[in-house]
Design a binder for this molecule. Structure first.
Ligand SMILES: [Zn+2]
Length: 444
């Protein structure tokens, strides 16, 4: 997200052609100013505020559906705005837990302790997601942004989201040697629940003979496989759940398209480094080389940089991403508590899935360049003195439910304005569309 305190459009993009307001229709203009309690006006008709639906400028020819710009997938378009974090709604990732054990029940947490332990682990992991700190290895001045995502334990009818499997052939995790199985998906294929819409977390153990080997490292480890992950070493280490929240966040970070931060990860605000310091120490080399990034190996795993946050939100917004299906679809229907009011000059150059109505208030400007989902029954209102710029946007309901469309308000002296800079696509909002425009699905 970017803020622009100047005027739009950018130089060279004067919105003469296609600039349109609902109030530019001759019929409305002729009667503009008359106080009347009937006519086409839809609401507030006795209060001096007039509201009319905005219809996009379209042609009757079957227009080719405009392509959404590739820049809509860029991580820079998904940076939370610290002044208005609500512009990037919080994402809720569904998770469940599978505890694998030997048939004699001796190799992992038993159900009651597992529930307590992993509920606490999830709580701590969420607390860390709610927090962010400066990434030690980022350039000076790099912003510390909220992460805007969390986990939600997800059950099925008749269960609580915890699954216990006693399976002597699948309870263990081997990360080295000839029996290495950490990359294998057999345990996932056999036991996953709702794999296409829930992140399945498998808790395994290192086998006894591996632990006894002097060369095997039976520490806490994890591996992300698609939208599932395996973790091992937790039961064996007998440490509190707080100690493994970083591991869980790290592995889910991989699922969310983040690479290790110490190598080239596509983020200019994470530097490449040897990743040799687990802890910071007052002496070199770990005085200067220690790291606290969630995607490095270290004792903290608490920091995410703006680029890392932007990258995972770009994945959440991508309609084709398997990760998106693991989100709670809180954007389908309207939550009035999540209504948004734009009072500043705002550009949304990335996709947004809104959970409430969107209002552009007097003095506010909003430019839409990418996909925007409105909740069922929701609407965009451009109040008198507010301006909305449609710049190649796709407006729809991402759950294929109906939303109401764009409404422009005016009073005796001022009107809301909608400008089309580049053809926008309107979907899922057929209500009230004039007959001549019903044939074109998008357009505008
Ligand atoms: Zn990793």
């Amino acid at each position: 997200m970017q803020q622009n305190n100047g005027q739009w459009p950018a130089p060279g993009r004067i919105p003469t052609e296609g600039a349109f307001s609902a109030f530019s229709s001759p019929f409305i203009t002729r009667f503009w100013g008359a106080i009347t309690c009937f006519t086409l006006l839809l609401s507030h008709s006795c209060t001096g505020i007039r509201t009319e639906q905005y219809f996009p400028v379209t042609t009757l020819q079957a227009e080719k559906r405009p392509k959404i710009s590739p820049s809509c997938n860029d991580w820079r378009a998904y940076l939370p705005d610290v002044a208005h974090p609500e512009y990037l709604p919080v994402r809720h990732l569904r998770v469940n837990f599978h505890i694998l054990n030997s048939s004699d029940s001796s190799h992992n947490f038993r159900p009651p302790e597992a529930r307590t332990y992993f509920k606490r682990l999830l709580e701590v992991a969420n607390e860390r997601l709610d927090t962010n700190v400066r990434n030690w290895r980022s350039p000076e001045g790099t912003a510390v942004l909220p992460r805007r995502y969390r986990y939600s334990l997800t059950s099925q009818p008749g269960d609580d989201g915890f699954y216990f499997h006693f399976d002597d052939s699948l309870y263990y995790f081997i990360s080295q040697g000839k029996n290495q199985n950490n990359y294998r998906r057999t345990v996932i294929d056999r036991y996953a629940v709702g794999k296409d819409s829930i992140i399945n977390i498998f808790v395994l153990v290192h086998p006894d003979d591996s632990i006894k080997s002097p060369t095997y490292r039976a520490n806490s480890q994890g591996i992300a496989l698609g939208t599932s992950l395996k973790m091992a070493g937790i039961f064996e280490k007998k440490e509190p759940p707080e100690n493994f929240a970083g591991l869980l966040n790290h592995e889910i970070g991989h699922i969310l398209n983040l690479s290790h931060a110490w190598v080239e990860d596509g983020c200019p605000d994470t530097d490449n480094h040897p990743n040799k310091c687990w802890d910071w120490s007052p002496d070199p080399p770990c005085r200067d080389q220690a790291t606290n990034n969630m995607m490095d190996y270290n004792a903290y795993q608490i920091a995410l940089t703006p680029c890392q946050i932007g990258r995972l939100h770009a994945v959440f917004a991508n309609l084709k991403s398997p990760v998106r299906r693991c989100l709670m679809p809180v954007w389908c229907t309207r939550n009035p508590d999540k209504d948004l009011i734009i009072r500043d000059s705002v550009v949304w150059d990335g996709a947004r899935d809104l959970e409430g109505n969107l209002t552009v208030a007097p003095g506010g400007s909003l430019r839409l360049e990418c996909r925007l989902s409105l909740p069922a029954g929701g609407r965009i209102t451009v109040q008198a003195g507010g301006r909305l710029w449609l710049d190649g946007a796709r407006l729809h309901n991402a759950c294929d439910l109906e939303w109401q469309g764009i409404f422009v308000e005016g009073n005796k002296t001022r009107r809301g304005e909608v400008f089309t800079l580049k053809t926008a696509v309107f979907e899922n909002c057929p209500a009230g569309k004039p007959a001549k425009q019903q044939k074109t699905r998008g357009g505008g």
